[in-house]
Every structure is written in structure tokens, then in C-alpha cells.
Design a protein around this ligand. Structure first.
Ligand code: GDP
Length: 204
């Protein structure tokens, strides 16, 4: 998929106020600092698209971007900041949970994980919750350039093995590096294929 246009639509904390459109939507979520803004900028070929919504006060919001006038990319807040208070965590969980449960246009959530780290409970629990709620998700391994090929393969394999302890089959997964522009095409083509299937189905 070529990116012909990418623009910021809106930020808000209420799923009911998200854009009223039937465009398919793909959400990106992960721990703070996982490389989500960099990934979104790489995917959209823009230097600071994700930062548009990343300005202070806007980070804890649901951010919609319109891509090629035919799908929405959604940048969700980063989770897992140790310094966030318990009540903030609850508020966060509530609106993210509601977004996933209520947003009918959502086709898939992509959970970003840093390829250097062991599987983190917070990510595994979130995937578990998505699975239990029948919400399709994929995994995006970030910062692949930070590991040598062997170490990268070992870490990804370990991650997948860990998932197979809980899941019968593996979700789709992508290995990316925003600094080396790795994995963007594969991920965009994957989204494009699903979008085309949805468009065909809607014409039946
Ligand atoms: P976010 O908090 O998840 O949006 O993370 P950012 O995109 O702001 O990235 C967090 C830090 O990781 C920044 O210092 C980035 O420069 C760095 N980073 C992000 N992606 C990559 C990557 O693919 N490779 C490398 N080496 N660093 C990255």
C-alpha cells in the first residue's frame, strides 16, 4: 500500500465521540516508549504525524488519523508508566476497554512489544483480555535494529513459544524497525489486504 495521504482527525477520551464513519479502523497500543510514535510516523511516511497528538495533555487520548481517505489509524495511549497513580490507571483502563468493546469499526488492534524484552505480564494480560473478548489482534515487534539477527530470532521465537503456552494458534506478527524502515511495507500490505476483503464483502 502506498501512502497517498495521512492526516490527523481528532483526539478524545470518549469512544462515543470518535469519528462517525464506517471506515475500517486499526488501533496501535503498547507500553510507553515502545516506539509507537516512531512506528506510526514510519508507516505514514511523515516525520511527526504521531507527535501531533503527542503534545502535552494529548497523550492520554484516543487519536484518529485518516489514511488514504479510506481507513483510520488509531494511536492509543501508552500504558505501563510506573508513576501513574492507581486511579489514573483505572480511568485509563476504562476508556481503552470501552474503546475496544464498543468501537464497531475496529478491525484489529496491534500490540507493540520491544523485541529486546522478555514477554511482559502487562502485554500478555492485555492480549489475553483481547482474546477473551474475541477482539482480533496482531503483534508488532519494535526496534529490531537494536539486536543482531540471531538474538532477534531467539527473542521472537521465545515470545511466540510463550504465547503458545496460552494460545492454540499464533496471532499475525510483524518485525519492525522505525530507524531502519523495516517491516512497514509488510504491515501496510496486510492492512490493505483486509481492507480489500472488507470492501468486497460490503458489495455482496
Ligand atoms: P512511544 O512512547 O511508544 O511513542 O515511543 P517513541 O516512538 O517516542 O520511541 C521511544 C524511543 O525509542 C525514542 O527515543 C525513539 O527514538 C526510540 N525508537 C523508536 N523506534 C525505534 C527503532 O525502531 N529503533 C531504534 N533504535 N530506536 C527506536
Amino acid at each position: 500500500m502506498d501512502i497517498k495521504s495521512a492526516s490527523f482527525v481528532m483526539s478524545n477520551s470518549d469512544v462515543a465521540k470518535c469519528p462517525k464513519s464506517n471506515l475500517p479502523e486499526y488501533a496501535f497500543i503498547g507500553r510507553s516508549n515502545v516506539g509507537k510514535s516512531s512506528l506510526i510516523n514510519m508507516l505514514t511516511n511523515r516525520k511527526s504525524l504521531a507527535k501531533t497528538s503527542g503534545r502535552p495533555g494529548k497523550t492520554q487520548l484516543i487519536n484518529h488519523f485518516l489514511i488514504n481517505e479510506n481507513w483510520h489509524l488509531v494511536d492509543l495511549p501508552g500504558y505501563g508508566y510506573a508513576r501513574v497513580s492507581k486511579s489514573d490507571k483505572k480511568t485509563f483502563q476504562k476508556f481503552i476497554t470501552q474503546y475496544f468493546e464498543r468501537r464497531k469499526q475496529l478491525v484489529m488492534g496491534f500490540v507493540l512489544v520491544d523485541c529486546r524484552h522478555d514477554p511482559q505480564p502487562i502485554d500478555l494480560e492485555f492480549m489475553q483480555w483481547l482474546g477473551e473478548n474475541n477482539l482480533p489482534f496482531g503483534i508488532i515487534f519494535t526496534k529490531a535494529d537494536k539486536l543482531k539477527p540471531n538474538a532477534l530470532k531467539r527473542n521472537v521465537d521465545l515470545y511466540l513459544e510463550r504465547l503458545l503456552q496460552t494460545w492454540e494458534s499464533l496471532p499475525p506478527y510483524f518485525i519492525t524497525s522505525s530507524s531502519k524502515r523495516l517491516g512497514a511495507e509488510e504491515l501496510l500490505d496486510y492492512i490493505d489486504t483486509i481492507n480489500k476483503e472488507i470492501a468486497e464483502e460490503s458489495q455482496l
